[in-house]
Design a protein around this ligand. Structure first.
Ligand SMILES: [Zn+2]
Length: 313
């Protein structure tokens, strides 16, 4: 994606086409200068930091790829939604919300804090779990904002639209004057909706995305990959994006053609693919997601459980 400007609102494309763990960032170049989700990459964020005085850093939510370079903006005010401010005040909250503490326990969570506090920790090729930027970029929080809040940057006004599902505090940022919405992780990627944390919820995600699709906006800027799309294309792509949730459930249903224990089902890598399960975070997310789907399918009455094993009805 090219760097694109909509008057005072400028898109800073993430490195590697904005693929995780990078994201597309926004710059509001107004009387108040703000950067939204500074995860585009070290170089683009360094250039931005050196090129102008940024007053404000706004994080849509606490995930790594959206906060990674907060630390570069050492003279700026850093804010996040008030539902996730706790992740900065007590970093253990990050792993609770990502589902890791449920899966691996409190001692493992403590070990993670030790790892991210050091610049020389061993890294995973698949997730940024041990990156020192976690530590640096959650070291300071200067304030929080609320869903529904309207922020004024001078000529630009921005409304915070609560959009839970991806994370409990997640929000999209809407510029009614320009007809622009930054959709963050309602991102239309071929991977599909990510609601795998302990605070994620598929049904809420779909509901939130539908609210966003109905805003009076012509331009949708995603936090990853797709980049900039018009509303019709956003709506069309959203249907395919939601359908990935059904495809995941279809894979689980197929695996349940004969009785399988939850542990065995989780070892199949049905969400990410088996080879990625070597990564501790992926392993936990894959299992937590399979579990969430199994609960949904049980609630729908299309799978049964007998002697600790699940199967199609
Ligand atoms: Zn996210």
């Amino acid at each position: 994606m090219e760097r694109m400007e909509f008057g005072r609102i400028k898109v800073i494309p993430g490195q590697n086409n904005g693929r995780f763990p990078f994201c597309n960032s926004l710059l509001i170049d107004d009387s108040v200068k703000a950067v939204i989700d500074p995860g585009a990459g070290l170089e683009p964020m360094r250039q931005l930091r050196e090129g102008m005085d940024i007053d404000l850093v706004i994080n849509t939510h606490f995930h790594f790829d959206h906060i990674a370079y907060n630390y570069l903006f050492d003279h700026s005010r850093i804010i996040i939604n008030d539902r996730e401010g706790e992740c900065f005040r007590d970093r253990r909250e990050i792993l609770k919300r990502l589902g890791m503490t449920d899966y691996y326990g409190d001692a493992w969570t403590q070990g993670w804090l030790d790892r991210i506090s050091r610049p020389d920790s061993v890294q995973s090729p698949y997730t940024p779990q041990n990156r020192h930027e976690w530590w640096l970029s959650t070291a300071r929080l200067d304030g929080t904002y609320q869903w529904g809040e309207v922020m004024d940057f001078g000529a630009t006004r921005m409304e915070v639209i609560g959009a839970p599902g991806h994370s409990a505090g997640f929000c999209c940022l809407y510029f009614p004057g320009e007809g622009i919405v930054y959709t963050g992780d309602i991102d239309l990627t071929s991977f599909g909706p990510w609601c795998f944390g302990a605070d994620g919820d598929f049904d809420q995600f779909v509901k939130s995305a539908e609210i966003i699709a109905n805003l009076d906006a012509g331009t949708y800027i995603t936090g990853h990959e797709a980049g900039i799309v018009n509303r019709d294309d956003f709506r069309t792509a959203l249907k395919q994006y939601f359908d990935i949730i059904n495809k995941r459930e279809a894979r689980i249903m197929a695996a349940l053609s004969e009785p399988v224990s939850l542990n065995d089902l989780c070892a199949m890598g049905l969400i990410y693919g088996k080879k990625f399960l070597v990564d501790e975070w992926v392993r936990a997310w894959d299992a937590l997601t399979v579990k969430k789907h199994v609960e949904r399918l049980s609630a729908k009455g299309i799978i049964t459980c007998a002697d600790g094993k699940y199967a199609q009805k």
